[in-house]
Design a protein around this ligand. Sequence first.
Ligand code: SF4
Length: 447
Amino acid sequence: MKIQLFYPRTIVGCGAHNDIYWPLTLLNITAYVKNYLHDIEINIWDGELYPNNDDLIKKLDHHTAVVGVSCTSFNYPHALEIAKEAESNGSEVIFGGLHATYYGETILKNRPYVHAVIYDKGEKAFLQYLTFKDKSKVQNLIWRDGKKIRKNSLGKRISLDELPSLDYSLLELEKYFENHKKIYPDFPDKPMSAMTHEGCPKRDKYGPCSFCSITSSLYFRDTKKFWNFTSKAVEDYGFNYVKDWGDSLTGNKQFLEQLISARPKSLKDLSFSVYDNLSDINQDAFDFLKKLKVKMIFAAIESANNEILRKMNKQTTKEQMYKAIKLISKNNIPIFTSYVLGERGETRKTLDETLKFAQDIREISDVRVSNGSPMAILPGSPNFERLVQKFPELKNQDLLDLTFLREIWTKHFCPDIYDYKIIEEYAEKIGKLGDHINRYGWNFLKK
Ligand code: SF4
């Protein structure tokens, strides 16, 4: 049996992987399924590596039995184009990902060419989909039973430690390496995407940020297994740098300490880039990060106004973040900063405060990327639910115009900002402060 998995490119700005890192979820699903089904062929196609969606559609093969598509709110129009074409080829089409998780039943109602949707995590559900004749037994599946749309119950999630070794030969590795080098020429040249943990310690304790739609639960890996897994990948593919996609490594200092002490000698020079909640960074946490050989820190600042930060549920303050950034800068570690503009009650004054903060940080730090984004109102996030209260029909629209959503959000929740374009102007000014311009999920800037 032949299976193709697609991660379509975003329709606006750049995607989360930004053509330098691969879609790890698809690689995980492939490894899990192939561990049980040895006689299947699976390909992974990452749209971020292709200039447009038509080029990706050309990768569809008429002999493919099942086409899986990973959907985000940013790539969804492209996902639909792929699905239509795949279905007309005679393939079964199954959607997964955060957008499909939110809109599963609506997708099946509105899109006859999509056969089923997997909500939540996909590894076990996809294996069951391929092997169970009775679809009512497949966990996390939304499917058509005659004219009815059924939603099966949520099954047990597979932890990162239950995954077998990943098959990196399925990826166009050289393309990722080449693209990474263009942005980070002074970094090790063979980055590897991995996860030391899944989920966000801040979200686990205090709930999501107002714009966050991620649903994974918190799980820190068995450190021995993590290093075994990494050693094998380094040995087989020559990776020399780890991009850790876990949401905040410093959110569990005990784990971080264990991770460092379990590190094998053979990997002592392997460096990392990590996400960190700046409120977790103090001297102790920083010493651990240095021991791990962290080469870059992804720091989500979002706003420099404490009231806006409170509304975002960031659980930190401008002062705390500035202190953490000073510590990072003193140690000459480059940072990737991000700012989210347009929280409830945002005004020109709060935008000015955030812009000034971003400029101050530029003065004291090695800012590789200063990513200013107008807030995306993502399905599943608390702010999306706030918008749904005013526009209930959004619940039934799987195809969203994200710019329109930002415009109506600004009109209703940021009444002092009379024109959404003002938010884009600030995002542009902040974006230009970094060495490299990154337009995550929006399109105003020209490269
Ligand atoms: S946006 Fe980041 S810090 Fe906030 S809840 Fe989501 S993962 Fe955690």
